[in-house]
Write a protein that binds this ligand. Structure first.
Ligand code: THU
Length: 162
């Protein structure tokens, strides 16, 4: 047996270290979170997606009384972007969760497995790394690729490798 290790990389930033474009994207994610439809969890998530031509698309979580029929903010935003701007690659996705006072929560929230898989598919589709910013009240985690959040992912190359 050989023990192997996988390293992931990310940067930890303070809010004052964000540049103006990143701050703008974060504000749009916060605004999106305010419109979340989350009557069951009261967990309001917003995602803002920056495309390669500067277009920004945002989304929020949409819940349903039939729980599995809901969808996370990240996938709402990415599916909207990919369906309406199929020729534009995704450069960055910023994700925030807000509390009942519309403030960013102190805890860092990381995307669920299904959202990671969709971000991974989008990276593969456009052959371009996606920056991922996870925003909490005090710090921001910056990943330069979904590979750092979803190592050893299943992707189209696995289907072709049969
Ligand atoms: N949720 C998101 O929108 N994004 C995440 O990254 C984690 C979870 C939503 C799904 C559900 O509406 C609520 O948060 C609680 O899980």
């Amino acid at each position: 047996m050989k023990e192997r290790e996988i390293q992931i990389r990310f940067n930890e930033l303070k809010h004052e270290e964000l540049n103006a474009d990143d701050k703008h994207l974060m504000e749009l994610a916060i605004n999106a979170a305010k419109n979340a439809y989350a009557p069951y969890s009261n967990f309001r998530v917003g995602a803002a997606v920056l495309l390669d031509d500067g277009t920004i698309v945002s989304g929020n979580n949409q819940e349903n009384a039939a729980y599995p029929s809901g969808l996370c903010a990240e996938r709402v935003a990415l599916f909207y972007a990919n369906s309406n701007y199929p020729d534009n690659s995704v450069e960055c996705i910023t994700i925030v969760v807000i509390d009942s006072d519309d403030k960013i929560i102190p805890h860092l929230v990381s995307p669920c497995g299904s959202c990671r898989q969709v971000i991974s598919e989008t990276e593969m589709r456009y052959e371009k790394r996606i920056r991922i910013l996870l925003v909490s009240e005090d710090i921001i985690m910056e990943f330069n690729s979904i590979q750092d959040l979803l190592p050893l992912s299943f992707n189209q190359k696995d289907l072709l490798a049969r």
